[in-house]
Ligand binder design. Structure first.
Ligand SMILES: Cc1ncc(COP(=O)(O)O)c(C=O)c1O
Length: 399
């Protein structure tokens, strides 16, 4: 009999970590591999934020923090939500955790009873379905289409709702598609939710500051403030401030939910790293020039990748409005054969083939919508250009 619990066979290792590990292993064997699998900005954390972290260490702010987070951070989160999103929250309605990922896990852990359903629009960030399964819930996947810009369709959402539905996870802008929900789409979704009061919304806004072409970020609560009593806003520092390794995220929502998430966190990881929290205060209260500069650079890279891959016969890439990924359709590649005789029958085969051609990226199967591959443009321009050249050459070699 295995020591390992049965539910572990129901979940998958994070795809990004698997692909990154394979790319590293190939590089160690001397192969030249460009990794376009990263889910993190390639810039250093802004200097004023770094210094706030150093200051916290030097000043001895290195003890156990309060479980839901230090008060200055919770207050800074409230000020941010008011300033940027027009939302009113009290510090008691905010929890800081070790990354947005842990906020999501805490929320699912304290709300799901076995068999409860969580609606996850696909393509999705892999942790939504896996964390749901870990919490003994049932992920209900609602697919979007490339023709509809990967945006959640209200009628499809409504068809997926049952009396067991507890959450709808809305990730806006979306990882991996880059889709951004506009006001009309959000209003249609809110209209459906009003008919189903048992369904809560987990709004994962972590790419909020990575929207291009001056499009606005609109939160579900901006168009439907009446849903506030059943919405958890999730956000963090990883993407906006290039702080993935500091492991800091936050949630804001109804008091009872936050209290229970705090109770759960008190018996699991305790409060998030205090040094990171002081750095987080500096990030939220400091100037936002970094975010704007990062966004401008990403927009140029996005345009480069979409233009280069759009010119590759058989690939289809729509221009993402947000995040730092292009979700490329490889439908036309299926059924083809590689020069070494292997068949390309799925997006996973295609990604394996491209890995051998020197480009690491993540197949759509990891995001619940095939056949696609996710290309991260969070890497330097020269690497992106060379990667696009390798992809084009590898595609031309398929028969
Ligand atoms: C949509 C989405 N939500 C949450 C996270 C996790 O963020 P954090 O680093 O704060 O845990 C990611 C990271 O890739 C993400 O893409």
């Amino acid at each position: 009999m295995s020591m390992i619990a049965e539910h572990m066979s129901c979940i998958k290792q994070s795809a990004a970590s698997v692909v990154s590990a394979r790319a590293v292993a190939l590089r160690q064997q001397g192969k030249d591999v460009i990794s376009l699998s990263a889910g993190e900005p390639d810039f250093p954390t802004p200097e004023h934020v770094q210094l706030a972290g150093i200051r916290a260490i030097v000043e001895g702010k290195t003890k156990y923090p309060p479980i839901p987070g230090i008060m200055p951070l919770r207050k800074a989160v409230c000020a941010k939500l008011k300033r940027e999103n027009g939302l009113d929250y009290a510090p008691e309605q905010v929890i800081a955790s070790s990354g947005a990922k842990q906020v999501i896990f805490n929320a699912l852990a304290v709300t799901l009873d076995p068999g409860d359903e969580v609606i996850v629009p696909a393509p999705y960030f892999g942790c939504y379905t896996e964390e749901t399964a870990l919490c003994k819930g049932v992920p209900v996947v609602v697919e979007t289409t490339i023709a509809d810009g990967f945006r959640l369709d209200a009628a499809r959402l409504e068809a997926a709702i049952t009396p067991r539905t507890k959450w709808l996870i809305l990730n806006n802008p979306n990882n991996p598609s880059g889709a951004v929900l506009d006001r009309g789409r959000l209003e249609a979704i809110a209209e459906v939710l009003r008919r189903h009061p048992q369904v809560w919304v987990l709004s994962d806004d972590i790419y909020e500051h990575l929207i291009y072409d001056d499009l606005p970020f609109i939160s579900i609560l901006e168009v439907a403030p009446d849903l506030k009593d059943r919405t958890l806003v999730v956000n963090g520092f990883s993407k906006t401030f290039s702080m993935t390794g500091w492991r800091l995220g936050y949630g804001a929502g109804p008091l009872e939910l936050i209290k229970n998430m705090t109770k759960y966190q008190s018996q699991s990881t305790s409060g998030a790293c205090q040094v990171s929290q002081w750095a987080g205060v500096a990030a939220l209260e400091g100037e936002m020039g970094f975010a704007a500069r990062q966004r401008a650079i990403f927009q140029k890279r996005r345009d480069l990748v979409v233009q280069r891959l759009g010119a590759v016969p058989g690939l289809e890439a729509i221009c993402p409005e947000g995040a730092f990924y292009v979700y490329v359709s490889c439908t036309a590649m299926l059924g083809r054969t590689a020069p070494d005789g292997r068949a390309i029958a799925s997006d996973a085969d295609f990604a394996d083939y491209l890995l051998d051609a020197g480009v690491a990226l993540i197949p759509g199967v990891a995001f619940g919508l095939s056949p696609f591959v996710r290309i991260s443009f969070a890497t330097d321009t020269a690497s992106l250009e060379e990667a696009c050249r390798r992809i084009a050459a590898a595609c031309a070699d398929l028969r």
